[in-house]
Design a protein around this ligand. Sequence first.
Ligand SMILES: [Mg+2]
Length: 302
Amino acid sequence: METSGASVAATSGRKKQSVADHNVSTLNRLYDAYIFDLDGTIYLGDGLLPGAKRLISELRNRHIPVRFISNNPTKDPVQYAEKLTKLGLPTQVDEVVNSVVATTRWLLENYPTAVVFPIGEAPLIRALENAHIRTSSQADEIDIVIASYDRTFTYEKLQIAFDAIWFHKRARLIATNPDRYCPMVGGRGEPDAASIIAAIEACTSTKCEVVVGKPSSIMLHMTLEGLHVDVKNCAMVGDRLATDIQMARNTGLVSVLVLTGETKVEDLKRLSAQEQPGFVLERIDQVLPSDIWEELGWSKES
Ligand SMILES: [Mg+2]
């Protein structure tokens, strides 16, 4: 069955090819900058996904800006740049933005003197300390509770958040990212920040006021800072509809979904025409148009 999104693709002149029972479209031009999600888009676990290395190398050869963006707050940009470099994609720290950087920047810009209680892991806590944001676990002095992806989450932390928000009626709730789970190799996953947000909302009957990570535009604007590009000429490439594709839709970027991570073809069939990603790719190197594949002598096997 052809989806409405793919029909739009056909009428707007995109080349498309049939894959299984869905239509996969390939991009037909280069953009001024590319933003790539990491997990499920560039790599899965510790392995690069097919085509990632040659795509990023080719974009760099052409001096096209590349940025990497991740909602995962259990690492910081230094760790991401090291990981990408080790995997064969030499990357500078300032080419990576994740929800740790974005949350810290957001707090500095909006609540620089707030006392915060981070329910998160070492990279988040370290970034807050480095930014001289005061942290505390004293419920009666906490202004902001930060819900994050925290594999050391305990009942005690929930109690502190509950006391600060519900009993003392002073703290507000924000979150680093809205992801339900973090995908792992073999189809497994780990509960992510959404589960921590839900636990706090459930007991306090309050609502999380700000979620900094994708699909919020907060992180996108930080990512494009200094590039002097028009968002309409930038492409956001990712594997998740609710974060990567939604952020592109919220901010006017061209949205490109890769089917190498969370989203399956069946998921696209449930979407309305408006909800369809701009482009759907089987593999990441299809970000480059087919004339460049020909010029470079690429094939899916090469
Ligand atoms: Mg992803």
